[in-house]
Design a protein around this ligand. Structure first.
Ligand code: G16
Length: 547
C-alpha cells in the first residue's frame, strides 16, 4: 500500500446548495469529480498539506446507486489524509440522522454523508455528498463556501492505492495507518431514540390494536423503522412497508409528500384505513404524518409536537425555544407565544438551526419541507417524528386528526400550501426573481390582484449566536391581515431551476377550518401569479407539484 499524489484540474459547479453538493450520477461518475470535492474538503478542514492525525471520521450514505463506489474512494482518501479512524456504516449505509448520532456519541471530528435525500436514485438519478461537523450537523455556510472556492484551484489529490475493503460485515480493517471500523447502521441512533420516548406506552398502544402504516419508500429508513416499530414496540409484522433499501428506490421518488407518497395517502383514505400513516424519505431525515383520512401539514406537525412536548419523557422539562425556517407556517409561533418561549425564524436549510441548538436556545425545530427534529441530534429525523407522534397518541388517547384539530381550535388554522414550478430554465427563473426583487421597494401599500400589500422584503438572517449574516433568502410579500406569499428558488435540485411559492393565511373561524386549502388560498395564488408574472417568465400555467 502507498499514498499517491495525483494531478487534477478543477471542475466548474462544485458549489454546495441547500444541503451539500447534488448532481446527476453521471456527473459524479466522471473521473476525479468526487475526488476533487473530497480533497477540497480535506484541504479546508486540515490545511493544504494537512493531516487529520488521530481524528475520527464517520462515513455512510443512503445506499443509492454509486454509494458503494464512492465509499471506497473516500476510505482511501481519508487514509491518505491521515485520519486515525473511520467509522463506516455496514455496507456503506447510514441514514442522515444516524450519521449525526454517531458523530455525537463517538466524539468524531465530523462525518461525510452520501445522499441526494428525497431526489430520485438509480443510474439516471441523483447523487450527493455533504459534510457534517463535530456537532453532528450540516457544515455552516462559511465552510461550504470555502470548499467551493478551493475546488476552483485544485491541482492535486491524495489517495491510497489500497484495494477495496469488505464492508458488508462488521469488522475492523486497516488502510495505511487508518483503522476502518464497520459499524451497525442503526444501533447508535436507536440508543438515542430509546432515551427520549416512552417505549412502554407505545408498546401498550400497539398491544391495544392501534394500526400504523409506515412507508419507508424503499429507502434507508426501512431497517431502523422495522427494528424499532416491529422489533421492539410490538407493531405487527408488515407495519413497515417498502422497507428494503434499494439503489433506485424501486424507481420511485422517495419524497414523503402527498404527491410522491400517494400510495400511502390512498391507504389512509380507504374505508379500512389504519389509525396513522407515516413515511420517510431517501435518507430518512424527512417525515410525513397522516391520520385516518387526514394529512398533517409539516408546519402543523411541528406546532403540535411543540404544544405537547412535555408529555414526552425527553422533553418533560419543557422547551428552551423553537425554530422554523422562514417559509414554514407561523403555527409554531402561536404555540411558542402561548408557552412563553422564543420562536426563531431562520433561512431554509437545517444548517441554520445548528448554532441555536448548540447554544441551548431551541429544543425543537422544523421546516415546511417535511423536516422536524430536536436537540437530540443535529439533523432532522424521520423516525424521531414518527415516535413522537406515537408517544403523544399513546399518552393522550387522542387520534392524529384530533390533535391537529385541537391546535386549530386553540390557535386558529394556518392554512398553508407550497406550489412548485419545476424544470424552469435557470436563466428564466433568475430573471423572474430579479424582476421581483427589483419591484420590492414599490410594493408596500400597493393593491395587487385585489390584495392589499402591507410590506415586502428579501429575507436576511443574522445568526444570533455567531453574528453571521445570510442575505437573499427569499422574497416575502405580506398582506395587511398577515397572510403571506414567499418566493424562492430551490437549492436542492439537479436539473434547471425550481421556483417555490409558499402561501399562508390564518383562519381563526372554526366553521371555515375545513375549507380546502387551495380554495382558501386562491386569492394569494392569483396575487403570486400576477406579481411574479409566472406565465410570462416560465410559460407554465400551473405548478408541477402542490403540497
Ligand atoms: C434540504 C435541507 C432542508 C430544506 C430542503 C429544501 O432537505 O436540509 O433544510 O428545507 O432541502 O430545500 P430547497 O427548498 O432549497 O430545495 P433534504 O431533505 O433534501 O436534505
Amino acid at each position: 500500500m502507498s499514498i499517491l499524489t495525483l494531478p487534477t484540474t478543477p471542475f466548474e459547479g462544485q458549489k454546495p446548495g441547500t444541503s451539500g453538493l447534488r448532481k446527476k450520477v453521471a456527473v459524479f461518475r466522471q473521473p476525479r469529480y468526487l475526488e476533487n470535492f473530497v480533497q477540497a474538503l480535506f484541504d479546508e478542514l486540515h490545511g493544504p498539506d494537512g493531516r487529520a492525525d488521530g481524528q475520527t471520521l464517520v462515513l455512510g450514505g443512503d445506499g443509492r446507486h454509486h454509494n458503494r463506489v464512492a465509499i471506497q474512494v473516500i476510505l482511501r482518501m481519508a487514509a491518505a489524509c491521515g485520519y486515525g479512524r473511520v467509522l463506516v456504516g455496514r455496507g456503506g449505509i447510514l441514514s442522515t440522522p444516524a450519521v449525526s448520532a454517531v458523530i455525537r456519541r463517538r466524539q468524531a471530528a465530523g462525518g461525510i454523508v452520501l445522499s441526494a435525500s428525497h431526489n430520485p436514485g438509480g443510474p439516471d438519478g441523483d447523487f450527493g455528498i455533504k459534510y457534517n461537523a463535530t456537532n453532528g450537523g450540516p457544515a455552516p455556510e462559511a465552510l461550504t463556501e470555502a470548499v467551493h472556492r478551493r475546488t476552483l484551484s485544485l491541482t492535486r489529490y491524495r489517495i491510497s492505492d489500497a484495494a477495496d475493503l469488505p464492508i458488508e460485515r462488521p469488522g475492523s480493517h486497516r488502510i495505511e495507518d487508518t483503522v476502518v471500523d464497520v459499524i451497525d447502521p442503526v444501533a447508535d441512533h436507536a440508543d438515542v431514540l430509546r432515551e427520549l420516548f416512552d417505549f412502554d406506552a407505545i408498546r401498550a398502544l400497539f398491544a391495544r390494536g392501534f394500526r400504523l402504516r409506515c412507508d419507508a419508500m424503499w429507502a434507508v429508513g426501512g431497517p431502523a423503522a422495522r427494528a424499532i416499530l416491529e422489533g421492539e414496540l410490538g407493531a405487527p409484522a408488515g407495519t413497515v412497508v417498502n422497507a428494503e433499501p434499494k439503489e433506485d428506490f424501486g424507481g420511485l421518488h422517495p419524497d414523503p409528500n402527498p404527491v410522491y407518497a400517494d400510495d400511502l395517502v390512498a391507504h389512509l383514505m380507504a374505508a379500512d384505513a389504519p389509525d396513522m400513516g407515516a413515511a420517510t424519505d431517501g435518507d430518512a431525515d424527512r417525515n410525513m404524518i397522516l391520520g385516518r383520512g387526514f394529512v398533517v401539514s409539516p408546519s402543523d406537525s411541528l406546532a403540535v409536537l411543540a404544544a405537547h412536548a412535555r408529555l414526552v419523557p425527553g422533553y418533560r422539562r419543557g422547551l428552551a425555544g423553537v425554530a422554523r425556517s422562514m417559509p414554514t407556517s407561523t403555527a409554531v409561533d402561536r404555540v411558542a407565544g402561548a408557552l412563553g418561549i422564543a420562536c426563531h425564524e431562520t433561512p431554509t436549510g437545517w444548517k441554520f438551526f445548528g448554532n441555536l441548538l448548540d447554544a441551548g436556545q431551541v429544543t425543537l425545530c422544523g421546516e415546511e419541507s417535511y423536516g422536524t427534529g430536536s436537540d437530540h441530534v443535529r439533523e432532522k429525523d424521520g423516525l424521531w417524528a414518527i415516535l413522537f407522534w406515537l408517544n403523544l397518541v399513546a399518552v393522550t388517547g387522542r387520534g392524529v386528526e384530533d390533535l391537529v384539530r385541537g391546535l386549530w381550535v386553540e390557535h386558529g388554522r394556518c392554512v398553508y400550501s407550497r406550489h412548485d414550478y419545476e424544470g424552469i430554465p435557470t436563466e428564466r427563473a433568475d430573471a423572474l426573481m430579479a424582476e421581483l426583487r427589483g419591484r420590492l421597494p414599490e410594493l408596500g401599500g400597493r393593491t395587487v390582484a385585489d390584495q392589499r400589500i402591507a410590506w415586502a422584503d428579501d429575507f436576511a438572517y443574522t445568526d444570533p449566536v455567531d453574528g453571521s449574516v445570510s442575505r437573499r433568502q427569499g422574497v416575502r410579500v405580506v398582506l395587511e391581515d398577515a397572510s403571506r406569499v414567499v418566493f424562492r428558488l430551490s437549492g436542492t435540485g439537479t436539473e434547471g431551476a425550481t421556483l417555490r411559492i409558499y402561501l399562508e393565511r390564518h383562519e381563526p373561524d372554526p366553521t371555515r377550518h375545513d375549507l380546502p386549502a387551495q380554495q382558501a388560498l386562491a386569492p394569494l395564488v392569483r396575487l403570486a401569479g400576477e406579481l411574479a408574472r409566472i406565465v410570462a417568465h416560465t410559460g407554465m400555467t400551473a405548478p408541477t407539484v402542490m403540497t
